[in-house]
Design a protein around this ligand. Sequence first.
Ligand code: ADP
Length: 366
Amino acid sequence: MSSVTFENVVKRYGNNTVVNNLNLQIPDKEFLVFVGPSGCGKSTSLRMLAGLEDISEGTIYIGDRPVNDVPPKDRDIAMVFQSYALYPHMSVYDNMAFALKLRKMPKAEIDQRVKKAAQTLGIEQLLPRKPRQLSGGQRQRVAVGRAIVREPKVFLFDEPLSNLDAKLRVQTRAEISKLHQQLATTFIYVTHDQTEAMTMGSRIAVMKDGLLHQVDTPQTLYDKPNNIFVAGFIGSPSMNFFDVSIKGNADNIQVEGDGFQLAIPGERAQGLKSYLGQKVTMGVRPEDLFDADYVAQSIHPGNLDAQVEVTELMGNEVFLYLLTGGHSYVARVDPRTKAKVGNKVRIVANLDKVHFFDKKSEQAIR
Ligand code: ADP
């Protein structure tokens, strides 16, 4: 069990800075997820922590101990890779026991640890098999088992679910969360998948182009994204963005977009007063847009008239792909909606939940 700290950490390959001054404190026992698009520097951050990459600048601490110069095997961490990296010629048992044998641990203790880990993961019956005799999901568990037996202070996961099919991914997600509770150890997890991040992380670190954009609980990231990138990356389907002009006066802020005008209620309007006469970006999540016939109680409504371009029935909800003015966007509405492709529909936005962003800095206006 241990905390992890990145302090002014930089990674460069030649002139290319791929991790740009990362500062992040991960408390003991946290489940921290690094998320961001491919190439944003997530794996590199994890690999520097594991000791698989040199650090160009800054310091990484495991607990209070700077580890920049500590060899990987002495860092007391274990990593599960996307590829699983199992030894094909060894049985599951030997794969799991291997690191402990290298450490010259007594046989009886190795046996006890391997069996306990196998039990935790429900893979006791697989111990005699070779990796080629396992399904993808089983291999993934063995890779996790190999990490567990080492009883590390910190577990690192690099896209461990990428090779599993969609159904197994969902199931394994829940298992890894359960494992985190059982082991009560620090987990640091890298993924490009925002759903994985949202469902598993106690906190999520959102990266783009080597920069940490925001680190927060899933709920706070969702409700209060710091900027347009985080707002658009977290949530599925993504937040809709509209170009709007700020009109009216300090006591009555109106936003005017292509084909709609909305009166913004008090608290949300606060930050917009200094933007009177200017343009900003408005963000609205698809679930904060309702079919006017089925509006949730107690919202602060604002109307948009839209043309229905596509409907997608998801069972418990319907995605409407809409057009207002010249602008396309998505609403997640009640499945009882009568909206039909080609028809007009009245859409009601929950104005208590709309977001605004500065056009130039892309930062949230609050
Ligand atoms: P992510 O895990 O977010 O997909 P990575 O951390 O793997 O991204 O990579 C970040 C950036 O660093 C990418 O642009 C990648 O091309 C670059 N990179 C990674 N490893 C090397 C390397 N060994 N040499 C040069 N560039 C690298």
